[in-house]
Design a protein around this ligand. Structure first.
Ligand code: HT7
Ligand code: ZN
Length: 844
């Protein structure tokens, strides 16, 4: 397979004025009839007529009514055409029931559905399947199934057919079709422009009653986008469909979003607080794409971050407004570090806007999404909220209806604010996480911060130029008063100093407040300073960060020197837990420890080869030490954090439940799980039930409860995903491989279902000490399953190969075993393009 390069972009030779499609649905022989009005692109001289098409059986083709016989290749077809506008007509046959890759038109539990991003439309019919070809679509669906949906507005329906018309020009990746036996949870929303919109969330009849929260989230998202971005919805209907077999989270098809059912279905008994939060976030994300992605789309797939980074940023803003900005920021940074920093530090590192790819599905990454969102946040910090709002208004005015680029995006900011963003643009082209080394000195009332930036080499990029880094800083006096409030310093050079005059005493710096840039801060400091910031910092992110850094230092000392848990950390934690002025959700987060993978990365960064088992053991010891040291606090905290009244998924109650479960987890280390067992037995919501069960599994108990849980929930596939994931992710290191192997024999391990595969195999890869078992059995287990899945669903299999992305950080023996597992995958006959590219990059 050939790599594609951003530098090789050429505009399409032919543009499309209108698309008409007729679907005659049949599981093994669906007929798709297309009628497409083409016209030459006046901006190009090239007139070659090429249409993408994969796995299609061409029945007939005609140009302006005259039959033609095109040249067919595995990638599409080429045909002689007139040099002027013409109508292309074709009929193809496809087999949705055999489509296990879940791209194009496929079937899930008797329902027809589509997934066209990024390049799935070419598996439906012949078409210029590239995002810069935009057209209005009209669709007719013929089927006996009762609910027949497509993009846009309904324009007619009768016995066995329905027609839809989408007036907004769109690229083919936003096409969607659904047909099935479905029921709707519905409401209406009147936009600020006075349009009355019908809202429907479609689910299978068995799931009726579980879409209320999704609908509520949708209405709040629509209101929020009007209020904060001035963006109103633009069709008469907005449909969302929940599908059980889905490769990713959800898809923003115009007017017909299709969702993985786990991000739609919720009831207090079956969904956790985290599930509710994810539903809210993902419903908002896909809705926000209507403007940032659909009305303005990407010129080519290299520009993916244009829509994804911006839309993630918008969903983060929305969730911060709906919940707590401080807690949301901390959670986002935990995710960024766990996923994106990990990616940036290994063989899969790539720029937010990649310069080449072989399979675009492999670039729906944490770097494009989460780091992409950080770049938007930095831009906003650099130009200020008013500048940002002005730039966004200009962006929507200037590029509505277009397929745009990152250059267009940055130009809008330059034009709206007058700021030169040429240095900022390096954030889009340079991979790797910048290191900011900060030292300070104080003399005659002047405090100086000396900042050096350096970005390590990444694949294909040995040298990096300095980037513009917004460094938000506050200064505290030794008595805890804030003497300099948050100030954004712009670091633009490799080395630079910043002075603060007129200070009475040497201040304590609070650096990178709010995590103002996606960088790694390196500063020689000590436990006293961290404890001081944990107690006094007015910036909630840095307050949490100080506690997190203390915990990390304690764990590193435990792993490397066999040290005992530092009392300074335990005392600081106790003070924080006792502080009732702090949000319970914040306190729950502050009680969490850095993850095992994160610690492995930290050790590696310090030049120490991580031992996953030693890390696991140290973390367990520290949890027990915290439990003992703070012993008198747990029971009162547990009793205090009850949530009276019926279950509510809102931030306040969710925060209380999180803190209560954190207390319960520590209590379980002191009472062998007695209280956790009772909590499990009495739970009336899934957060408490699953929370108590995880606590029991973590302390090596819970087998009986696992059985009871399975008996109770055996018929609920989303709840059973949790049951599987809990066991593989939390099994003790010496039992994780055997537990996972035996779960793969379980009659309910439906491995072709991506959610179930992710629960079992993905859950196991999150169990760092189990996956990195010194025997290499964990690597072999995962490799075997990736090989098996690759043959039926390359996209999901390739995504999961990232389990191996940290392989070079471990000892020689583990490295050899991981390399062997990867080489075994690479050597398979018939390996997919997706997996071929991933293992190639992992081994390079
Ligand atoms: N834009 C979508 C990304 C996507 C996807 C979704 C489902 C299945 C396959 C997919 N490939 C790409 C989802 C989003 O970011 O909003
Ligand atoms: Zn998205």
């Amino acid at each position: 397979p050939q790599a594609l390069y951003l530098a090789d972009y050429t505009p399409p030779a032919w543009l499309v004025d209108r698309v008409e499609l007729t679907f005659r649905l049949h599981p093994s022989a669906t007929r798709v009839v297309s009628r497409i009005a083409f016209r030459p692109n006046p901006e190009t001289a090239n007139r070659r007529f090429f249409l993408h098409g994969e796995d299609l059986t061409l029945i007939s083709a005609a140009i302006d009514g005259t039959p033609v016989t095109p040249d067919i290749t595995p990638e599409g077809l080429v045909c002689d055409v007139p040099d002027s506008p013409f109508t292309w007509e074709a009929e193809v046959e496809i087999a949705p029931e055999g489509n296990t890759a879940l791209e194009g038109l496929y079937m899930s539990n008797g329902m027809y559905c589509t997934q066209c991003e990024a390049e799935g439309f070419r598996k439906i019919t012949y078409y210029p399947d590239r995002p810069d070809v935009m057209a209005p679509f009209r669709v007719r669906i013929e089927s006996d199934l009762p609910v027949l949906l497509s993009n846009g507005n309904p324009v007619g329906q009768g016995e066995g057919w329905a027609e839809w018309d989408d007036p907004w020009p769109k690229p083919a990746y936003l096409f969607a079709l659904v047909a099935g036996e479905l029921v709707a949870t519905s409401d209406t929303f009147t936009t600020c422009e006075g349009r009355k919109v019908e809202l429907n969330i479609w689910v299978r009849p068995a799931d009726q009653g579980k879409a209320d929260y999704a609908l509520d989230s949708l209405i709040r998202s629509m209101r929020w986008d009007e209020e904060f971005y001035g963006r109103a919805y633009d069709l008469d209907v907005f449909n969302i469909v929940a599908v059980d077999d889905f490769n990713m989270g959800a898809m923003e098809n115009k007017g017909l979003n299709i969702f993985n059912s786990r991000y739609v279905l919720a009831s207090p008994e079956t969904a956790t607080d985290r599930d509710y939060e994810n539903i809210e976030r993902i419903i908002a994300h896909e809705y926000f794409h209507n403007w940032t992605g659909n009305r303005i789309t990407c010129r080519d797939w290299f520009q993916l971050c244009l829509k994804e980074g911006l839309t993630v940023f918008r969903d983060q803003q929305f969730a911060g407004d709906a919940r707590s900005h401080a807690v949301k920021r901390i959670e986002d940074v935990i995710t960024l570090r766990a996923r994106q920093f990990r990616e940036d530090n290994g063989p899969l590192a790539h720029p937010v806007r990649p310069e080449s790819y072989t399979e675009i599905n492999n670039f729906y990454t944490a770097t494009v999404y989460e780091k992409g969102a950080e770049l938007i946040g930095m831009l906003r910090r650099l130009v200020g909220p008013e500048g940002y709002d002005k730039a966004l208004t200009l962006y929507f005015d200037r590029h509505d209806g277009q397929a745009a680029t990152i250059e267009d995006w940055l130009k809008v900011f330059e034009d709206a604010t007058g700021r030169d963003l040429s240095q900022f643009s390096r954030w889009y082209s340079q991979a790797g996480t910048p290191r900011l080394k900060v030292t300070d000195d104080f003399k005659d009332g002047t405090y100086t911060l000396n900042v050096e930036q350096q970005t390590p080499p990444t694949p294909g990029q040995p040298e990096k130029a300095p980037q513009v880094i917004p460094l938000a800083v506050g200064l505290l006096s030794p008595n805890g008063d804030e003497v300099v409030p948050t100030t954004v310093l712009e670091v633009t050079e490799a080395a630079q100093s910043f002075r603060f005059d007129g200070l009475g005493a040497r201040p304590i710096p609070s650096l990178l407040r709010g995590f103002s840039a996606p960088v790694i801060l390196e500063r020689d400091t000590n436990a006293e300073e961290r404890a001081f910031l944990l107690a006094h910092d007015t910036d909630p992110f840095n307050k949490w960060e100080a506690g997190r850094a203390l915990a990390r230092d304690v764990l590193v000392a435990m792993v490397t020197q066999g040290a005992a848990p530092a009392p300074a950390y335990l005392d600081a934690l106790a003070a924080m837990v006792r502080d009732e002025a702090l949000d319970p959700a914040f306190r729950a987060l502050a009680l969490g420890l850095p993850g095992e993978d994160q610690l492995a990365e930290d050790l590696h960064a310090r030049g120490i080869t991580p031992d996953p088992l030693a890390i696991h053991t140290a973390r367990e010891r520290l949890k027990s030490a915290v439990a003992t040291h703070l012993c008198p606090l747990w029971v009162p905290l547990y009793d205090q954090m009850t949530c009276p009244g019926p279950y509510s998924p809102g931030a306040a109650d969710a925060g209380r439940r999180a803190l209560r479960l954190a207390a319960l987890a520590h209590m379980a280390r002191l009472d062998q799980g007695t209280k956790a067992r009772a909590h499990f037995a009495q739970a009336n919501n899934m957060t408490d039930e699953l929370g108590a069960l995880s606590i029991l599994i973590e302390i090596g108990a819970g087998e009986e409860e696992l059985d009871r849980f399975a008996k109770r929930w055996g018929k609920d596939r989303l709840v059973m995903d949790k049951w599987f994931a809990l066991q593989t992710s939390l099994a003790a290191p010496d039992r994780a491989v055997s537990r996972t192997s035996s779960l793969t024999e379980h009659p309910d391990f439906h491995w072709k279902n991506p959610n179930r595969f992710r629960a079992v195999i993905g859950g196991f890869t999150m169990n760092a000490a189990g996956f990195h078992d010194p025997s290499g059995a964990g690597y072999d287990l995962v490799a075997d399953w990736l090989i098996r899945l690759d043959a039926v669903n390359p996209q999901t299999a390739a995504r999961m190969s990232t389990a191996f992305e940290t392989w070079t950080r471990y000892d020689a023996d583990r490295q050899a075993r991981m390399r062997a597992a990867l080489e075994r995958i690479a050597g398979r006959d018939g390996l997919s393009r997706d997996m071929g590219e991933m293992v190639g990059r992992l081994l390079a």
